[in-house]
Write a protein that binds this ligand. Structure first.
Ligand code: SF4
Length: 186
């Protein structure tokens, strides 16, 4: 019996708009719920300041720093008519100069590299809510805490694996896809 070769995975030059909306919807929901969880968790001026600082950090690293620092070196910046999974290649072309594809891996180099900021934006609210749950327990904070963890798991186990990285034209050179073993076509 002969085994049929697996069909090659489709790489998107333009991600379907539904995928882009899902990616950004999950990202924004994570940040907003995370910020709300911090504010509700501490119920004080301290929590409010922490929650607001977190929201500013999360949105700036994703929607300002990424199109300025990371996207100019990405293949989607240069591909005609392209739309990447975050849609940030469109913003990047408007606000940043063309970069160098050889520097794309720099996104994962150094302590303050964009990858670390991105991971921090996902993990900070979870870490920040743990003490709040001990000091000032409430069911609503617990619910938000669980929801943010669920969004994180959804991102890593479904969004990256089946929607984003798996169809990405940059995955062969992307350190994130390599780390998640999603960089090959099979
Ligand atoms: S492989 Fe994944 S993390 Fe890397 S650029 Fe593509 S979508 Fe982004």
């Amino acid at each position: 019996m002969t085994t049929q070769p697996k069909p090659a995975l489709k790489l998107f030059t333009r991600y379907p708009v539904a995928y882009v909306l899902l990616y950004n919807g999950v990202t924004i929901a994570h940040y907003v719920l995370g910020g709300i969880g911090i504010v509700l968790g501490y119920e004080s001026w301290f929590g409010t300041i922490l929650g607001v600082l977190y929201l500013v950090f999360a949105f700036v690293q994703m929607y300002v720093l990424m199109p300025v620092e990371v996207c100019p070196n990405c293949v989607y910046y240069r591909l005609d008519g392209s739309l990447c999974i975050s849609g940030m290649n469109i913003i990047s072309r408007r606000i940043a100069r063309n970069g160098d594809p050889r520097n794309f891996a720099n996104r994962a180099r150094g302590t303050l590299c964009h990858n670390n900021l991105y991971i921090a934006s996902l993990v900070i609210p979870i870490i920040a809510m743990i003490p709040a749950l001990f000091i000032n327990f409430s069911l609503i904070t617990l619910f938000v805490f669980i929801a943010v963890i669920a969004l994180l798991a959804f991102r890593f186990f479904f969004l990256f694996a089946y929607i984003a990285c798996i169809h990405c034209r940059a995955k062969a050179v992307c350190p994130n896809a390599k780390q998640m073993k999603l960089s090959s076509d099979s």
